[in-house]
Design a protein. Structure first.
Length: 218
């Protein structure tokens, strides 16, 4: 039933067109204004069926070509994306290689130790502390009364460390460190109150004192 309906739908218009051409085409042999046309109903049916088959084949061919084009486009997209990623990684590797070349060889552990030692601040020298008694030679600015509570703890701690060779216990050493840090913080907060050179001299002394106080022994 479905096949008959399909043939009636597709072929019937072609048969009507063929009959129309035969009627107005100028004679039973197909000569006249209408050009070539089917001479019989069977021949018209055959022509119509051929057109249906040809149309189906053209559709399938066009669909196949379209699918091939879509697949080619997808492959081209993937290839382009892979090429872009490869280019990015190549550029990154070249950049890393260039930076490594500019940096030069990595320093050895001995070189690192030497550099760190050079960067470390110096301990108090003989002009800043008496090596025998441990008495500190404070810069004039740091003899101000505002620093007296800190100096009292620091003087006692350094004198004891010099006399005994080391700080008696951990708590005492931490109290000494806190006193030095507190004095240093107070100095930096009052930077605008002093002459530049006086502040520089006091800061140099405190840099050495802050480093020296971390050593529990003289």
């Amino acid at each position: 039933m479905f096949r008959r309906t399909l043939l009636a739908t597709l072929v019937l218009p072609l048969l009507v067109t063929s009959c129309y051409a035969q009627y107005y085409g100028g004679g039973p042999y197909g000569y006249g204004y209408g050009g070539y046309h089917s001479s019989t109903a069977a021949e018209g049916y055959a022509h119509g069926l051929a057109d249906v088959v040809r149309s189906a084949g053209s559709y399938n061919l066009d669909t196949s070509r379209a699918m091939v084009n879509v697949e080619d486009a997808r492959k081209a997209y993937i290839q382009n994306r892979e090429a872009a990623q490869q280019t990015w990684f190549d550029m990154r590797r070249r950049n890393d290689a260039y930076r490594a070349e500019k940096r030069g060889p990595a320093p050895t552990s001995e070189q690192i130790f030497r550099i760190n030692a050079q960067r470390a601040p110096s301990r108090l020298n003989d002009d800043q502390i008496d090596p025998v008694t441990g008495e500190l030679h404070w810069p004039l600015l740091l003899t101000s009364a505002v620093y007296q509570p800190y100096r009292k703890v620091i003087d006692k701690g350094f004198e004891e460390r010099s006399q005994k060779g080391s700080i008696s216990n951990y708590d005492q050493q931490q109290d000494l460190v806190k006193a030095v840090d507190g004095l240093y913080d107070t100095l930096k907060k009052r930077i605008r109150d002093y002459e530049p050179q006086q502040y520089v001299d006091a800061k140099k002394f405190m840099d050495a004192l802050s480093y020296d106080v971390r050593f529990p022994s003289s």
